[in-house]
Ligand binder design. Structure first.
Ligand code: GLU
Length: 284
C-alpha cells in the first residue's frame, strides 16, 4: 500500500519557518517512501480563515519546491461529512450540548487545584451533562449558545484502552507504542453551534477519508493524538502512524506565531532568501 502524507495548514495567517519545516519534512518523507503528499486546507473557522491566506500559503509551498496532488481538500466544503460523524456520536449517546459560557467556565474552575488539559485550559466542569434531553432541546431551540462535548468517561469506557504508534517523539520523549490518554482533555468540544465541527472531529474524518497513513506534524499536537485515537476507535476509522517533530523556535526559545515578522516566509522571500536557504535554516 502506498503511504500517504499530508500537510494541513489553517489559512488564518501566513506561513513561517515552522510551517516550512513541517511541510518540507512531509514532502521529504513522502518522496523517500515513494508515497503521496496531500495538502489539506483546515478552514473550518470561516471567520478567521481567508482565501488570500490560502492563496499565499499554496504559493509559498510551491515556491519551496513541494509537489502535491490536486485537488486540495478544503474542510469548509465538507461540513456534511463532519455532521455525519457527529450524528454517529449522538446516536451512541457519547456527546451532549454544553451551555456554559467562557466566563461561567472560568468562574467555575477558578480554584488553583482545578485540573487542566495538556494545553493548560481548565477541564470543563460539566453540570449540564445530564440535563434531560427535553430541557437541552428547549434551550437549543431558544437560541442559547452551546457546544457539543464528548462524554469523555463514557467514550473511553466504550473504546477500551488505546495506544498509538509514535515514530517521532512527544514533548517528554514519548516514542514507540504510546498509551493514549484522552481523559487528560476532559469533555472536549466536538462541534460548535456556529462552527458545526471541531479541529479534532474534522481531522480524524479527513485523515480517514483521504487515506492518510502517516501524520507528520509539530509536537504541540502530540497530546491531541490521544483524542484523535479515541475518535478513530469510536467511529471505526483506520489508525495512522504519527510522527511528531520538534518545533522551530525564535531566538528567545518561543514557539513561532503567525504574526512573527522576521521568521515569516514572505518576509524571508522578499529579503531574497532562496528555497535552499530556507531548508538550511530549518535544518533539512
Ligand atoms: N491545521 C493544524 C495547524 O495549522 C494542523 C493539524 C494537523 O496537522 O493535525 O496547526
Amino acid at each position: 500500500m502506498s503511504r500517504t502524507f499530508r500537510f494541513a495548514p489553517s489559512p488564518n495567517g501566513e506561513l513561517h519557518l515552522g510551517h516550512a519545516y513541517s511541510a518540507l519534512l512531509n514532502g521529504d518523507l513522502a518522496r523517500e517512501a515513494g508515497g503521496r503528499l496531500l495538502i489539506r486546507i483546515e478552514d473550518i473557522d470561516v471567520t478567521r480563515c481567508r482565501p488570500e491566506f490560502e492563496a499565499a500559503i499554496l504559493d509559498d509551498l510551491a515556491w519551496l519546491g513541494l509537489d502535491w496532488e490536486r485537488p486540495v481538500r478544503r474542510q469548509s466544503e465538507h461540513f456534511d461529512a463532519y455532521a455525519e460523524a457527529l450524528d454517529r456520536l449522538k446516536a451512541m449517546d457519547l456527546v451532549y450540548p454544553s451551555f456554559l459560557s467562557r466566563a461561567e467556565i472560568r468562574a467555575a474552575t477558578a480554584s488553583p487545584d482545578w485540573p487542566r488539559d495538556p494545553d493548560g485550559a481548565p477541564l470543563y466542569p460539566g453540570g449540564d451533562r445530564d440535563l434531560p434531553a427535553r430541557e437541552a432541546d428547549a434551550r437549543i431551540a431558544s437560541g442559547a449558545p452551546y457546544a457539543w462535548r464528548l462524554k469523555m468517561d463514557a467514550a473511553m469506557a466504550k473504546a477500551g484502552p488505546l495506544a498509538f504508534a509514535e515514530q517521532g517523539r512527544g514533548p517528554a520523549g514519548e516514542t514507540g507504542r504510546v498509551t493514549a490518554e484522552p481523559g487528560r482533555w476532559g469533555d472536549v468540544v466536538i462541534a460548535r453551534r456556529e462552527i458545526p465541527t471541531s479541529y479534532h472531529l474534522s481531522v480524524v474524518v479527513d485523515d480517514a477519508l483521504q487515506g492518510i497513513t502517516d501524520v507528520v506534524r509539530g509536537e504541540d499536537l502530540f497530546h491531541a493524538a490521544s483524542v484523535h485515537r479515541l475518535l478513530q476507535a469510536l467511529l471505526d476509522l483506520p489508525e495512522p502512524a504519527y510522527r511528531h517533530h520538534g518545533l522551530i523556535r525564535d531566538a528567545a526559545g518561543r514557539k513561532l506565531s503567525k504574526s512573527e515578522g522576521s521568521t515569516g516566509l514572505r518576509v524571508l522571500r522578499d529579503a531574497g532568501a532562496t528555497p535552499a536557504e530556507i531548508r538550511a535554516l530549518v535544518g533539512l
